[in-house]
Design a protein around this ligand. Structure first.
Ligand code: 3HC
Length: 287
C-alpha cells in the first residue's frame, strides 16, 4: 500500500473533531471537516476561528489564522468528504452503534487504501472495525482535549490492523508535531484513560466518604505533582457525562459524587456547574 498521507477528512466537528481538524490544518494539510448538520459544522468552524485567534494573540502559531482557515473546508456530505482522501479520522459521539454506522458508510465511500482511524477514547477499535469489510485498514488515533494544546496521541492497533497502517498513523501524528505512543493491545480506554479515570474516580470516592474538600484534592495534585489540573477540575473540563459514560458502558462503578451531578445535569464547564460553580460562584480557585 502507498501509506503516505497527504489529505484527510475529520468526521465530527465537536470539541475533538474541530480540534483535530485545526491541528491538521496548522500542520499544512488540506482538511475536510464534516458533521451531520450545517449548524454543527458552523459551530465547529467558529470554534477553530476562536482558537486560532487565541493562539495568534499569544504568538503560539507562526501563521496567520486566515492561512490556516483557508485549508479547512466543511460539508455535511459524508461521501463527498471521504471519497478522495488518504486518511479519515472519525470523532463522532462515543457510542458504539453510531461509530459502527459511520465506519460502514466510510467503508462504502472511501478509496480501497484509505486509512480509517477512530478517535474513540473508551471503546475497542476492533469492535468498531468489524463494521467494515477491511478491518486491516482501521486503527485508533486518540487525541486529547484540547487537541491543539495536548501533545500526546495514542495510535492503537486493532486485532486485525496492518502494521503499515499503524506505522502510517504514527508518521502522520509526528507530522503534526505531536508525540505518538503505539498502543499494541486493543483494550478499552487504551493507556492514558486506564490511568486517568481511576485517578478521577478515586478523588470522587474520597469526596463520597466526606474526607476531603474538592479544592484541597485539586491543589494537592497541582502543587505537589505538578499536574496542570487536579482531578475535579479536569472532570469539569472534560465533562462529567463523558467520565460517567466511559465507566458505565463497561459496568465499572461510578462514585456517587459524580453520578448525582450527572443526574442533576451539572456536567462541568459546559453547563456552568460541576464540582465548581462557573456561573454563580468563582469557578476553580484552590490557591
Ligand atoms: N485553543 C486556543 N486557546 C485555548 C484553547 C484552545 N482550544 N483552550 C483554552 N485556551 C486558552 C484559554 O482560553 C486561556 O486563554 P486566556 O488566558 O486568554 O484566558 C488559555 O488558553 C489558558 O492558557 P493557560 O496558559 O492558562 O493554560 P495553558 O495553556 O498552560 O493550559 C490547558 C491550558 C492546556 C487546558 C491545561 O490546563 C491542561 O493541560 N489541562 C489538562 C487537560 C488534559 O489533561 N486534557 C486531557 C483530558 S483526558 C482526554 O481528553 C481523554 C478523552 O478521551 C476524554
Amino acid at each position: 500500500m502507498d501509506a503516505e498521507i497527504e489529505s484527510l477528512a475529520v468526521l465530527g466537528a465537536g470539541s475533538m473533531g474541530h480540534g483535530i481538524a485545526e491541528v491538521a490544518a496548522i500542520a499544512g494539510y488540506d482538511v475536510v471537516m464534516r458533521d451531520i448538520e450545517e449548524d454543527l459544522v458552523e459551530e465547529g468552524y467558529d470554534n477553530i476561528e476562536w482558537s486560532l485567534g487565541k493562539l495568534a494573540e499569544k504568538d503560539q502559531i507562526d501563521q496567520e489564522p486566515e492561512e490556516v482557515l483557508a485549508r479547512i473546508s466543511t460539508t455535511v456530505d459524508l461521501e463527498a468528504a471521504v471519497e478522495d482522501v488518504d486518511l479519515v479520522i472519525e470523532a463522532a459521539p462515543e457510542d458504539l452503534e453510531i461509530k459502527r454506522d459511520v465506519f460502514a458508510d466510510v467503508d462504502a465511500a472511501a478509496g480501497p487504501e484509505t486509512i480509517m482511524a477512530t478517535n474513540t477514547s473508551s471503546l475497542r477499535v476492533s469492535d468498531i472495525a468489524e463494521a467494515t469489510d477491511r478491518p486491516e485498514y482501521v486503527c485508533g488515533m486518540h487525541f486529547f482535549n484540547p487537541p491543539v494544546k495536548m501533545d500526546l496521541v495514542e495510535v492503537v492497533s486493532g486485532e486485525k490492523t496492518k502494521a503499515e497502517v499503524v506505522d502510517a498513523g504514527i508518521e502522520f501524528v509526528e507530522s503534526l508535531d505531536k508525540t505518538p505512543i503505539r498502543v499494541r493491545k486493543d483494550v478499552p480506554q487504551f493507556v492514558v484513560n486506564n490511568v486517568l479515570t481511576p485517578f478521577m474516580g478515586e478523588a470522587g470516592y474520597m469526596l463520597d466518604e466526606g474526607d476531603v474538600e474538592i479544592q484541597d484534592v485539586d491543589a494537592a495534585m497541582v502543587f505537589q505533582r505538578g499536574y496542570p489540573m487536579g482531578p475535579f477540575e479536569l472532570n469539569d473540563f472534560g465533562g462529567l457525562d463523558i467520565f460517567y459514560h466511559s465507566r458505565e458502558q463497561w459496568d465499572d462503578p461510578v462514585p456517587e459524587s459524580i453520578e448525582s451531578r450527572v443526574e442533576n445535569d451539572d456536567l462541568g464547564r459546559k453547563t456552568g456547574k460541576g464540582f465548581y460553580d462557573y456561573e454563580d460562584g468563582e469557578g476553580v480557585n484552590y490557591e
